[in-house]
Design a protein around this ligand. Structure first.
Ligand SMILES: *Cc1c(COP(=O)(O)O)cnc(C)c1O
Length: 417
């Protein structure tokens, strides 16, 4: 895609849903460095598991590992087929990151991991923690008092702020969340109730991140979790692939290069879906096909990938305003770091209209009794495109990315929207 008026450019500009498949896909996406980064992150999370289990009792059954179930949703598959008037073939699976313990969204993977990695670095530098020790000791002095003198900062549309705010407060940090204009009021209220400083600029996500980054750089005690540039966030997300592998085996989901597992991931700045994609590709190669799904008004990764321009292009360049009810996906410029890692690895990008998200939200509730937030519904669009374009597949996996902490009144409003 270039700025010339191709059909794809016109569709994106007109906010029409598109399906783009990557012509630059590599035949072998595996590389040793990515495997190492994923395994290193997994080991770190295991070191912290005793502390997590003690601090967040809901993780005790899982031994302090923050993980969500994989469930089969045949009634939703049938309901979608009836609504679209096309067959939905193969098993339909839902990865329930909306129910991830601690913060109820996919951000409980990368966000929490990034804070734990920073914490390990700080404490080992200060000689307050050694790798072979029981990490539960960080709940007490001197580690606790040491962390209370340190600060964290993050820019967010809401869910990353919740994840960092909750884990930051639990560890004793003083945390600031620079929140963008679309953030829901209940998320700000919840953060303030935890003692987190919430900075409301009233601007978009990119501006909120920039302000948080600048303030944090001016303060030597502050560490900025950079959603646009952080390797740690990305690596934390990638560990999802190791967990999913065990779940797919347990559920007897079989697939191969000719009949792949198609995975649909809601995408904002790209870190969450990008980390998960890179992880899955290390394990399965192209027997797993990964697609990012974005709102028609904020398709930043679609633009980055289809144009090959990465973060040099943004939604405003095509006259799109970034306004969407999918608050978790309201990002208008993609992460350059994620773009570089996805260029030859991601199978495709799709976009979806807000009203379709609400239709999926209601249908998932009526067919399966599962309630998730609008952003988290984006993946269902993937099933429709793959079926329509007759892309070979063994099964569909929709990644449900958030909703577990949404208050009931807010959820009822979503169901009636
Ligand atoms: C943040 C978020 C995503 C996407 O993750 P990115 O790293 O921003 O691409 C998807 N769904 C929900 C609910 C989110 O909060």
């Amino acid at each position: 895609m270039n700025t010339a008026d191709t059909e794809l450019t016109r569709m994106i500009r007109d906010a029409v849903p598109v399906y783009w498949s990557n012509p630059a896909l590599t035949a072998d996406p595996r590389n040793a460095e990515a495997v190492h980064a994923m395994e290193d992150a997994e080991e770190r999370l295991r070191r912290f598991a005793p502390w997590i289990a003690a601090r967040f009792p809901e993780t005790q059954a899982g031994g302090g590992i923050i993980e969500s179930p994989l469930t089969e949703i045949p009634a939703m598959g049938a309901a979608l087929s009836a609504q679209w008037g096309i067959p939905v073939t193969g098993r339909v699976l839902l990865k329930r990151d909306d129910s991830l313990p601690v913060s109820g969204s996919v951000k409980a993977r990368g966000g929490i991991y990034a804070v734990l990695k920073h914490t390990e670095e700080l404490l080992s530098e200060a000689e307050l923690l050694r790798r072979n020790e029981d990490y539960s000791k960080i709940a007490e002095d001197p580690a606790r008092g040491f962390l209370a003198g340190k600060k964290l900062a993050v820019g967010s549309t809401g869910n990353l702020g919740l994840s960092i705010g909750i884990i930051g407060a639990a560890l004793g940090y003083r945390t600031s969340v620079y929140i963008s204009r679309e953030a829901r009021q209940w998320k700000k209220d919840l953060l303030r109730a935890k003692g987190v400083r919430v900075v409301e600029s009233g601007e978009d996500y990119e501006a909120a991140v920039a302000q948080g980054r600048a303030d944090s750089e001016a303060d030597p005690d502050s560490f900025f979790i950079d959603d646009e540039r952080s390797e740690d966030l990305f690596n934390g997300y990638s560990t999802a692939a190791l967990r999913l592998k065990a779940q797919l085996t347990a559920a007897n989901v079989s697939f191969d290069n000719e009949h792949p597992l198609c995975v649909y991931l809601p995408c904002g700045v790209g870190g969450g879906p990008g980390g998960i994609t890179l992880g899955l590709k290390q394990i399965y190669g192209n027997a797993v096909r990964c697609y990012f799904v974005e709102p028609v008004q904020a398709p930043c990764m679609l633009l980055a990938m289809a144009s090959g321009k990465g973060s040099a292009i943004c939604c405003a360049d095509l006259g799109l305003n970034g306004v969407t009810a999918a608050d978790g996906l309201a990002v208008t410029r993609a992460s350059e770091l994620v773009f570089q890692r996805m260029k030859h690895v991601l199978d495709g990008c799709l976009s979806v209209k807000d009203e379709e998200l609400f239709a999926y939200l209601r249908l998932l509730n009526s067919s399966e009794g599962i309630r998730i937030e609008p952003s988290a519904c984006a993946g269902f669009r993937g099933i429709r495109e793959i079926e329509t374009h007759a892309v070979p597949h063994a099964a569909h996996l929709v990644w449900s990315t958030g909703g577990g902490m949404v208050p009931p009144s807010e959820m009822n409003a979503y169901l009636q929207a």
